[in-house]
Write a protein that binds this ligand. Structure first.
Ligand SMILES: Nc1ncnc2c1ncn2[C@@H]1O[C@H](COP(=O)(O)OP(=O)(O)OP(=O)(O)O)[C@@H](O)[C@H]1O
Length: 360
């Protein structure tokens, strides 16, 4: 859960306009009604339910929500990295464009899926040390990725590794080839992971909390690097974070998740300037505001209570027990639909119209 004491990037309100102004054209990835259910001995966990979104080239979609809301499982399901059946049941489709017709990653055979990973969609995680091998030079680790996907010689792969290290802003790239991961700072290690992810010029980068473990200055540098690389390559980014400050920095589209469902979805400006879901409003109130910096950043309010037990979700809106606007008989009666509030902006709240009218 986000607490007022957790280090965060300050959010500026109103947020800047969408960064991917150049984003547009047909979607390269279209996720339709994705659902992921884990079968556990205590019962089914519906980790992701009925999630749909589209991603266009050069667009950044931020997946936001507290711990356990289903952000990581959504991205792992796209990459088909969730445990296999029967432990997990996948539903819906994940359509990736390219080639004669879109391919549904949910049903692609394993061999074809291995080619998609790292070639067309790459992923980076919060803690590079868990992905990097501590006993191998970073040059070899990047070169290995290049050789695996491109089938080039070791010499050519090492030359590409220098190019990639240079591209992600690692000074003295050639000399760095023989560094071990522990020789590098956290920020530099994340740059190495980005270099590996870029080895094959992916069309989509999934970044799962890539800056959470970094201090605020380094966090800003990594965000700037991702934006720069996106402008240069046109790749789309799915950025997973619990930090709305980071969302304002990088996203074009935002998808707020709670208990496995999308609860608010839309462009970064409407969602952050006019959030309709009390949960999104709560997340925003728990981030420091730059426009109130002179007044101590404004009062920070943690969302009361904690995320529900996935094995025992409350009836109706899963956020209702923590929501200051919940009404008995309405909010606990049924799960509200995801409804459009304006073009390109949707919310899952039974009372959003009433609350909007009252200016709540
Ligand atoms: N292997 C698993 N087996 C059973 N349940 C799982 C498994 N992996 C994830 N879950 C459950 O799925 C739900 C969604 O988890 P997920 O990791 O996607 O959340 P998240 O929003 O990414 O949180 P965090 O920010 O902590 O990573 C949680 O209730 C989690 O406990």
């Amino acid at each position: 859960m986000i607490s007022a004491s957790e280090p965060r990037t300050a959010v500026s309100v109103p947020p800047p306009p969408g960064h991917g102004a150049a984003a547009g054209g047909p979607a390269i990835l279209e996720v339709r009604n994705l659902s992921v259910t884990f079968r556990t001995e205590n019962g089914p966990i519906h980790a992701v339910q009925d999630v749909s979104f589209a991603l266009r080239p050069q667009e950044t979609l931020a997946l936001v929500g507290e711990s356990g809301s289903g952000k990581s499982v959504t991205s792992l399901a796209i990459m088909r990295l969730t445990p296999p059946a029967p432990r997990v049941r996948l539903g819906g489709s994940v359509l990736l464009s390219g080639g004669a017709a879109p391919r549904d990653l949910a049903t692609l055979d394993d061999r074809a899926m291995r080619l998609v990973r790292g070639n067309e969609i790459s992923m980076i995680f919060q803690e590079p040390m868990t992905s990097l091998n501590p006993v191998h030079h970073i040059g070899d680790q990047i070169a290995e990725a290049v050789m695996f996907h491109r089938g080039v010689s070791r010499r050519a792969a090492l030359a590409r590794a220098v190019e990639l290290l240079d591209r992600v802003g690692i000074p003295e790239a050639r000399r760095r080839l023989s560094s071990y991961p522990h020789h590098l700072s956290g920020g530099m290690r994340q740059r190495v992971m980005i270099a590996i992810a870029l080895a094959c010029d992916p069309r989509i980068l999934i970044a799962d909390e890539p800056t959470t473990a970094l201090d605020v200055t380094v966090q800003a540098q990594i965000l700037a690097l991702l934006r720069e690389l996106q402008t240069a390559t046109g790749m789309a980014i799915i950025f997973i974070t619990h930090n709305l400050g980071v969302v304002a920095e990088i996203a074009d589209q935002v998808m707020v998740m709670y208990a496995g469902r999308i609860v608010e979805q839309g462009g970064v400006v409407p969602v952050m300037k006019q959030p309709r879901m009390p949960y999104t409003q709560g997340l925003l109130r728990s981030v420091p505001r730059m426009d109130l910096a002179g007044q101590g950043g404004g009062r920070l309010e943690a969302i009361p209570g904690s995320v529900p037990d996935p094995l025992n979700l409350p009836p109706g809106c899963a956020f209702a027990p923590r929501c200051g606007h919940a009404e008995q008989g309405i909010c606990d009666a049924a799960i509200p639909p995801l409804e459009p509030t304006a073009p390109g902006h949707s919310v899952r709240c039974a009372r959003w119209r009433e609350l909007a009218m009252r200016g709540a």
